[in-house]
Write a protein of this length. Structure first.
Length: 286
């Protein structure tokens, strides 16, 4: 099976899932018009003062975070995503909220290598890296999209989060590798993580009650990448690492039972459990 088929199956899987996700999210345009933001403090801190700068958001999904960057941080935003449904929703959300944003439907790595515009910031976050089959080409594309002195900013779930399923639940048979981009095929595609996260990714914050278990009939393809894989791809593309952080909590997402919620919707373990990273943040400069 070729990458072209993987890409098309992921596009179809994300189209199906995005329709389900958006059914839970309520009046996103009104939320943003009223000054709401879907950003967490970690990405706000890593992005810093970017008012008036041109920001490229890779794998932007349905545009809520992208437009939050525009309205909360004052950047001029462009979002790219593989899903037709996500980009269609993002364009409508921009119009209905009155927040300017440009949104492009494309497979990300191919688009990066065709793109000719230079940006001050390239940004990606939360559950994006696992969909990329080739980090070397991704890193080179990120570097090519940056102006001299421009910055790459990333906040992502830590790969340890998925590895330790086996340790916590006594079953090592279905956990992901840490290193090297191993390819996983899931017959049931992208899930309804919006419902699974309760109200953490909705405008209202009210917990979502799904009427029935959701099954996405479109298969999807994911890839396991360690933190060193990501950093190496950026360094080999000529970027300079300026920030590397690990966080002992997960923003808005409770991956294990019996987690506790800290201020800012940060999910972590109680004091009787060992601490390990659940997210990481990277900044790199051209």
């Amino acid at each position: 099976m070729t990458e072209g088929i993987w890409t098309e199956e992921n596009r179809e899987s994300w189209n199906e899932a995005t329709r389900q996700h958006n059914s839970h999210k309520g009046d996103q345009a009104g939320f943003l018009r009223g000054g709401g933001s879907t950003l967490f403090q970690e990405e706000v801190e890593l992005l810093g003062d970017i008012r008036g700068e041109n920001l490229l958001h890779l794998q932007c999904n349905a545009g809520q975070d992208t437009l939050s960057v525009a309205t909360k941080l004052g950047a001029r935003v462009t979002g790219v995503d593989i899903s037709d449904e996500a980009i269609g929703f993002a364009k409508s959300l921009s119009l209905e909220s009155g927040i300017p944003g440009r949104f492009i439907r494309s497979e990300v790595i191919g688009w990066l290598h065709e793109n000719t515009q230079l940006f001050d910031i390239v940004f990606t976050s939360y559950g994006a890296i696992t969909w990329l089959p080739d980090l070397s080409n991704w890193g080179m594309g990120v570097a090519a999209a940056l102006k001299p002195g421009g910055r790459f900013v990333m906040v992502e779930f830590h790969p340890m989060l998925f590895i330790l399923d086996g340790a916590l639940f006594g079953d090592w048979s279905e956990v992901c590798d840490y290193f090297g981009g191993r390819h996983y095929v899931f017959d049931q595609g992208v899930g309804d993580y919006v419902a699974e996260m309760g109200g953490a990714s909705t405008a209202s914050g009210v917990p979502v009650e799904a009427s029935a278990p959701y099954i996405n009939p479109n298969p999807c393809h994911e890839f396991s990448w360690g933190v060193a894989d990501v950093v190496t791809a950026l360094l080999e593309a000529g970027l300079n690492l300026t920030v590397m952080r690990e966080y002992p909590y997960s923003n808005g997402y409770s991956p294990y039972p019996n987690m506790i919620e800290l201020p800012g919707r940060r999910m972590t373990f109680g004091n009787d459990m060992p601490k390990f990273p659940l997210m990481y943040g990277i900044c790199a400069q051209k």
